[in-house]
Write a new protein. Structure first.
Length: 589
């Protein structure tokens, strides 16, 4: 049993974040450095970490943050490239041709298109792409971030072509001899990979049941908090559409999990769902009787809009130059064909899938020559193979990270859309300006998490995170399955990654199942779902989403709103886990 003192000390960095950001509306740029200092204090006082381990953990966090910033930079660069060329005007017109109703646009762009992007790339890319698209359509930037973060939960568990389950569970469990022995010795599974495929199926089952209202929640969050009447009643008017979109997504999603395993449920579910739903809308089905829109921008609170104006375009007759002046745009408003406007994003999706599914291509982009590993620095004087000799290591996959795809597509778009030099400079200048505020927040957010993670490795004891989880398990006892998804969410909240959450808490969830005599598979299915819902409030995910719409500094407001779908999803998953574990499927391994 962990001590109350250890739990209290371990909680201090998290309480700091919660109090400053959610309670006092501090921006992440101020909160995260403070949380980092508090984490150092907790590591030194509570865990006896020395300066070497603190520095190594911080460096490790900075490298991980650099990976994330690379993705954010690429996403923003492509966004401003399309703004300069007039592609956004064409894209907006294309969605308006299906429906100008904001509720319908949320279902199509957030739930279905966002799920496809998440399934192909992960790394928080849906909000980086969908958020700006919504703003371009005329959504308030704050509303765009809130709904963009909410809509793709069902896909996150299987994000980046199954990475959370393949890397976060298969690779980890295969390295734990006791788990491998238990799984194979059960006589049910020949190997870990087959067992994790079963975990994926149970995770999909939780998602399909709990997620039946997910498209509706996205719409309801918009109408309740950003509508003129602040009511969910307008959302109820499109309930048939949200249920149809859920079914169109969920059937292929579940069948893919059943027959093909963890790599492709989100990809196939979203692709088929988008095709079926758009076809139904074009055939005249599921359109609401009256179109719903936001009230005029003059009535919006100031904090809804930041540096990017809704519907803002630099592709009108006059474009913004890099030096702040103006030039004539080479693409007049409304002059671009829809296929040409969408081609860059289609290329992003295609390249992300190819680099993760086609083995020769994946092998090429992950070659050592294209990966900047810490160990490569060992040729320099005084630099060791691992970070400060601690055993920690990290790398920067220059071509494999989605940021490379965004930059590559930006380069292709230059000749494709006929950009001139002034427009290119303007896109780069605006990108640098928008990314800069996110740098400090991301660097210190990930460094804080790394100190908490490595506190155990530094001292040969359980880390702060494990102590917190063991404390929860000790208090909950046999009711713990209800909290399994929340523990997964806790890991993703800290690390901003379902994969990292599975790595952190997968073996812990397995151990708790052993201790209380419940199903390991069902518990880990709940963990996989929890890792998805924690992304709603993961600090650097929120910062990244706000950065691409010019609203860095509003993290506290976003997190407070995202607690609503998180509590629903976590509670519903917890109740299902209890029901499955003790009543319906108690014999599952």
């Amino acid at each position: 049993m962990v001590s109350a003192v250890d739990v209290t000390v371990a909680l201090l960095p998290l309480l700091t974040i919660a109090v400053l950001m959610v309670g006092f509306y501090w921006p992440a740029t101020r909160t995260m450095p403070v949380a980092w200092v508090v984490a150092i204090g907790a590591g030194v006082v509570g865990w006896g970490m020395n300066a070497t381990w603190i520095a190594a953990a911080t460096i490790n966090g900075f490298i991980t943050a650099a990976n994330i910033l690379y993705i954010v930079f690429g996403a923003i660069l492509l966004l401003y490239t399309l703004k300069q060329t007039g592609a956004f005007d064409a894209i907006n017109a294309g969605f308006a041709s299906i429906s100008e109703d904001r509720r319908v646009q949320v279902v199509l762009l957030v739930f279905l298109m966002g799920s496809f992007i998440e399934s192909a790339a992960g790394f928080g890319t849906p909000a980086a792409i969908v958020g700006p698209l919504l703003v371009g359509l005329g959504f308030p930037p704050l509303a765009a971030v809130v709904v963009a973060l909410t809509g793709n939960l069902m896909a996150i568990t299987f994000g980046a072509v199954g990475t959370p389950l393949i890397i976060g569970m298969i690779d980890i469990f295969e390295s734990v001899e006791t788990i491998t022995t238990d799984v194979v010795g059960s006589g049910t599974y020949p190997d870990i990979a087959t067992w994790v495929a079963d975990i994926a199926l149970w995770a999909a089952s939780y998602h399909v049941i709990v997620g039946v209202v997910l498209p509706f929640i996205g719409v309801a969050m918009m109408t309740r908090f950003f509508g003129e009447k602040r009511s969910i009643r307008p959302a109820l008017e499109v309930l048939p559409l949200t249920l149809f979109a859920w079914a169109s997504f969920s059937v292929p999603y579940f069948l893919t999990a059943y027959f093909l395993g963890p790599e492709f449920p989100g990809l196939l579910g979203s692709m088929i769902g988008l095709l079926v739903t758009v076809s139904a809308l074009k055939a005249g089905f599921f359109h609401p009787d009256e179109e719903w829109d936001f009230e005029s921008q003059e009535a919006w609170p100031d904090h809804w809009v930041g540096e990017i104006q809704p519907g803002e375009s630099t592709s009108d007759d006059v474009a913004v130059a890099a030096d702040g002046g103006t030039v004539q745009s080479s693409v007049p408003t409304g002059g671009m064909a829809l296929w040409k406007a969408w081609t860059p994003y289609a290329l992003v999706a295609l390249l992300l899938v190819i680099t993760r599914v086609v083995d020769p291509v994946q092998s090429f982009v992950t070659m050592d020559v294209f990966t900047l590993a810490w160990s490569d620095l060992a040729v320099l004087p005084f630099v060791q193979e691992t970070i400060l000799g601690t055993g920690l290591t990290n790398d920067f996959a220059l071509l494999y990270l989605p940021g490379a795809v965004f930059v590559a597509v930006h380069l292709v778009t230059i000749p494709l859309h006929g950009m001139n030099g002034t427009e290119i400079k303007a896109a780069w200048a605006e990108t640098i300006e928008k990314v800069a505020p996110a740098v400090v927040a991301l660097l210190f957010a990930v460094a804080t998490v790394q100190i908490m993670l490595q506190s155990g490795s530094a001292t040969g004891t359980d880390s702060m995170l494990i102590v917190l989880s063991e404390g929860m398990a000790g208090v909950a006892g046999g009711a713990y399955p209800f909290f399994a998804a929340f523990v997964g969410a806790f890991g993703a909240f800290l690390a901003g990654s379902n994969t990292v959450s599975d790595i952190l808490f997968g073996t812990f969830q397995y151990g708790v199942a052993d201790q209380i005599g419940t199903s390991h598979t069902l518990m880990l299915g709940a963990q996989a779902v929890g890792g998805a819902i924690g992304n709603l409030i993961a600090v650097h995910n929120v910062v990244a989403a706000l950065a691409v719409v010019g609203l860095v500094g509003e993290e506290g407001r976003v997190i407070r709103l995202e607690l609503i779908p998180l509590l629903y999803y976590g509670t519903a998953t917890g109740l299902l886990t209890l029901l499955f574990s003790y009543v319906l499927f108690p014999g599952v391994f």
